[in-house]
Write a protein that binds this ligand. Structure first.
Ligand code: F6P
Length: 365
């Protein structure tokens, strides 16, 4: 009997656990029988190449990859088929919706269904393709944990672990030199990585995008630590936290998205300009938070997501995204999945926990 073909791809920023999802899909499909699993290289871009860059996954290719960071299928956050950039003669770009021709190609190549592993942007693409007639399933991915339709995303726990280990190292050097250490972590719109790290590591100050902070309050907290004889301070700041109501980052050419980064240094400058006398050092963790091997929890969650995604394909339940809710692997519609974000809410138990530990969010009194 002719085997059914599934196309898998990874889109957006990479994230520890992507390979575990791919392996989960492959293994579940092979255990079930009757399926072939193919991988599209570099999100949807592999389909746009001539010849197409699509590989048939084999046992050898996926063996043991759940332990590896990154993605064997490569990824990109450029090449959104809803607004595909086409270079014009004058060097500027025009953006075209190429979804119709993309779907035509996928069907012509004989794929029964597509599994799109990606974050919010990728799932918006999944929904658009589904509305236009593609059999598609979404698997949520983001180290920021900012998707509301799932309690957790794989990659997040690994990022928190990496950030916490770095934080622990900064504490001993801060203490030895009586310094203020500012550690900048990822978190474009949501401060989950910063908040978790602040509690796991035991920071004095935690600054996140959701809670506007007052530089004078931060300075006061630092000074108090010095006058009370502690003499060192560890701060965690999310890259999306605003300094004087402004996001810190820059636009890359031909890219609508601002590339965040630099808020840690901006905070140092603001403190120094405000008269803070302490010796301040800044560490930017950057993409180390996305690299390397996923922690056990992320491997497990990612694998379970992969298996569930295959089951949804098998049951022809398209237009869905797999999710982790109430300690169970569930499903939600893509429409629901892209409706809202998961921001840190001031009533969240971890904000209350942090405040009880005297961690300051720098809010004005
Ligand atoms: O969304 C995940 C994330 O890691 C953000 O925390 C960060 O702002 C962004 O991706 C960085 O993207 P890039 O890899 O394009 O620099």
């Amino acid at each position: 009997m002719k085997k059914k073909k599934i196309l898998v791809l990874t889109g957006g920023g990479d994230c520890p656990g992507l390979n575990a999802v791919i392996r989960g899909i492959y293994k579940a499909a092979m255990t079930n029988g009757g399926y072939e699993v193919h991988g599209c290289i570099e999100a949807f871009n592999g389909l746009l190449k001539d010849p197409v860059e699509i590989v048939k996954l084999t046992k050898k290719m996926v063996g043991g990859i759940h332990v590896k960071g990154g993605t064997i299928l490569k990824t990109t956050n450029k090449g959104n088929p809803l607004e595909f950039p086409i270079l014009k003669k004058d060097g500027s770009y025009e953006y075209k919706d190429i979804t119709k021709s993309l779907i035509k190609k996928i069907k012509k190549l004989g794929f029964e269904a597509v599994i799109n592993i990606g974050g919010d942007g990728s799932q918006k693409i999944s929904q658009a393709l589904y509305e236009k007639g593609l059999n598609i399933i979404g698997v949520p991915k983001t180290i920021d944990n900012d998707l509301s339709a799932t309690d957790l995303t794989f990659g997040f726990s690994t990022a928190v672990q990496i950030a916490t280990e770095a934080f622990d190292k900064l504490v001993t050097t801060a203490e030895s030199h009586n310094r203020v250490m500012i550690m900048e972590v990822m978190g474009r719109d949501a401060g989950w990585i910063a908040l978790h790290t602040a509690i796991a590591g035991g920071s004095e100050i935690c600054l996140i995008p959701e809670i506007p902070f007052d530089i004078d309050v931060v300075a006061k907290k630092i000074n108090k630590r010095y006058t009370k004889g502690k003499g060192f301070v560890n701060i965690v700041i999310a890259e999306g936290a605003k300094i004087n109501d402004k996001i810190v980052g820059k636009h890359a050419e031909g890219d609508a998205n601002i590339k965040l980064g630099g808020v840690g240094n901006a905070l140092r400058q603001a403190l120094e300009q405000g008269g803070c006398k302490a010796d301040i050092r800044v560490t930017v963790l950057g993409h180390t938070q996305r690299g390397g091997t996923p922690v056990a929890f992320d491997r497990i969650l990612a694998t379970a997501f992969g298996v569930k995604a295959f089951e949804l394909v098998k049951d022809k339940k398209y237009g869905k995204m797999v999710s982790y809710t109430n300690n169970d692997i569930t499903e939600t519609t893509l429409v629901e999945a892209i409706k809202s974000y998961n921001y840190v809410n001031e009533d969240h138990y971890l904000i209350k926990t942090a405040k009880a530990l005297n961690i300051s969010f720098g809010e004005s009194p």
